[in-house]
Design a protein around this ligand. Structure first.
Ligand SMILES: C[S@@+](CC[C@H](N)C(=O)[O-])C[C@H]1O[C@@H](n2cnc3c(N)ncnc32)[C@H](O)[C@@H]1O
Length: 198
């Protein structure tokens, strides 16, 4: 995504962060493959951004708010590094309602298991719907909130992902679901744009 942004803002510069070195290396390789020279990547925590105040026009946080616990601290950091008039764009899922076919006990149990794991790790499976309130509390003017269903990942990829923390026999039942010719897995994603006016 950062590489795609770099192509869109060819006269600007994109900086991508992740706390995992392995992710940063993947991203750097991708930028190099695409001969992009206006994007850079660095290891950093979203809780403590290594950037000066007011140094960005836009901050985009994708698929991260559902994994963190102190959203207020993170939004304070995002607010700090944005220039006045700058935009925060946040996109995260909300597990309030999947569309699944066929609706098997093995799939429901794997979803439940993953939800418990994410919650135990400090994440929030219902963060999507909370984004407007969180941005407002952090001093942003919420400009636009929307929610969409996404089914771009194949059921087999979803099955492999949900099987990761399961014991082998449960994982196999899930793969069987993923191989079903009519399998569908659609997830709700929430998106918000907030403006730093002050
Ligand atoms: C679901 S992945 C999303 C990756 C990417 N943003 C995307 O949308 O494809 C969540 C990422 O958040 C990173 N992460 C988790 N906690 C973080 C933190 N405190 N600071 C920075 N990155 C963090 C993880 O290393 C992981 O790569």
């Amino acid at each position: 995504m950062s590489c795609d942004f770099a192509k869109i803002v060819s006269t600007g510069h994109v900086t991508g962060i992740d706390r995992e070195q392995s992710q940063i290396e993947l991203a750097r390789n991708r930028a190099e493959e695409q001969n992009l020279n206006n994007v850079s990547f660095q290891v950093a925590s979203i809780y403590n951004l290594p950037f000066s105040d007011c140094s960005f026009d836009v901050v985009f946080a994708h698929a991260i708010f559902e994994h963190i616990s102190s959203h207020d601290k993170v939004l304070k950091e995002i607010f700090r590094v944005l220039a006045p008039g700058g935009l925060a764009a946040i996109r995260s899922p909300d597990w309030g309602g999947f569309i699944v076919v066929p609706d098997t006990p093995s799939l429901q149990s794997a979803i439940q298991h993953y939800a418990e794991l994410q919650t135990a790790n400090g994440g929030d499976i219902h963060i999507g719907r909370k984004l407007p309130g969180l941005l407002r509390a952090a001093g942003f003017e919420a400009l636009n909130f929307s929610a969409t269903y996404d089914c771009s990942l194949s059921p087999m990829i979803i099955a492999e992902y949900l099987a990761l923390p399961l014991v082998a026999s449960d994982g196999e039942a899930l793969r069987e679901w993923g191989r079903h010719p009519d399998a569908v897995f659609a997830q709700a994603w929430c998106e918000i744009l907030g403006s730093r006016n002050a």
